[in-house]
Design a protein around this ligand. Sequence first.
Ligand SMILES: NC(=O)c1ccc[n+]([C@@H]2O[C@H](COP(=O)([O-])OP(=O)(O)OC[C@H]3O[C@@H](n4cnc5c(N)ncnc54)[C@H](O)[C@@H]3O)[C@@H](O)[C@H]2O)c1
Length: 359
Amino acid sequence: MDNFGEFFRGKRVLVTGHTGFKGAWLAQVLLNWDAEVIGVSLPPHTSPSLFEILGLEKKVVNYYQDINDFNKVKEIFEKEKPEIVFHLAAQAIVREGYNDPLKTYATNILGTANILHAIKEVGSAKSAVMITSDKVYENKEWVHSYRENDLIGGKEPYSASKAAADIVINSYVQSFLHPEHFGSKHNTLVATGRAGNVIGGGDWANYRVVPDIVRAVYEKNEPVAIRFPRSVRPWEHVLEPVSGYILLAKKLYEGDKSAIGAWNFGPHDESFVSVEELVKKGIGLLGKGSYSVEPDDSKPEAGLLKLDIVKAKSILSWRPRLDFVSNLNFTFDWYKNFYEKKNDPVEFTKNQIDSFFSK
Ligand SMILES: NC(=O)c1ccc[n+]([C@@H]2O[C@H](COP(=O)([O-])OP(=O)(O)OC[C@H]3O[C@@H](n4cnc5c(N)ncnc54)[C@H](O)[C@@H]3O)[C@@H](O)[C@H]2O)c1
């Protein structure tokens, strides 16, 4: 499992969403392993942004391209002929889904169909990993963890759009990229990654807990406002799902049909904790800050959400590498370095990647 470096060297890997939080980490991981990275995204939408801090614009073949424009997307695929595709581009914020549901549905559903269609039409990719979410599951607000074969659905636009994207992905596999016809009618194996609530250094998106903590403490010097203190989430470090996506991409590339389908990449059970607990621990690690609870029921989000990872553990031999405490240390150390110690953030990020994958 650990010969990723050797595997990715020189491979042409297209990442959508590389200007975002998870995509920038994924792009940096692939660059660490000498892959040729092609990025397709809108320009970075936060300031600061990890994409800019890592200087990715100059290190990847960079396209600022809206994935809603199929013809342009296809042109990029035709020109770059990627061997591996990771699709992360999305309107990724639950609260933004309420603000702009049509954009959320367009990008997350049709944008995903556009990427799949380009993969199918151009045919260069041997492996495609499509990223949806833990929020695809029809949330029953129960204590059980969701498994890959549980019912999917969504009560608000973001979750519904991701559930719909999941259905679209499956329909492309069944209709055009079926594993039975792999090697005869097409050459692409496809899998779907469903991660939990991802945290880590370098995220400054709006309406997310860790960026809210960091902004309140370092930029606004005010208490962190918590909207849903008792909501429980499967918190995991960004490199955990990234390691899962990478493992899937390699297996699919090597023609391993057992890697197709949907996969949960979540944390150990001890990481299912409430927003309030996460905020308290984060403030403790930063050594400064306070919080206030400011409930807002106008845009409800799931209260209780846990992920079952037995399938990925038993079939892919994937495992979360960080426990909750190590995850928080990785995350808040990154911001402490950025705001206080000011060691080179590129080196710091590369070192975290090396340290993570050596575990
Ligand atoms: N962060 C999480 O906790 C989490 C959890 C589960 C799943 N996900 C999923 O992981 C993926 C990445 O999430 P993130 O946290 O990095 O989000 P992000 O908001 O930081 O980044 C989103 C990326 O998508 C790109 N994008 C958005 N609309 C686009 C469009 N129309 N055309 C081209 N590019 C577009 C943006 O430019 C950016 O690069 C998303 O698919 C998201 O739904 C995230």
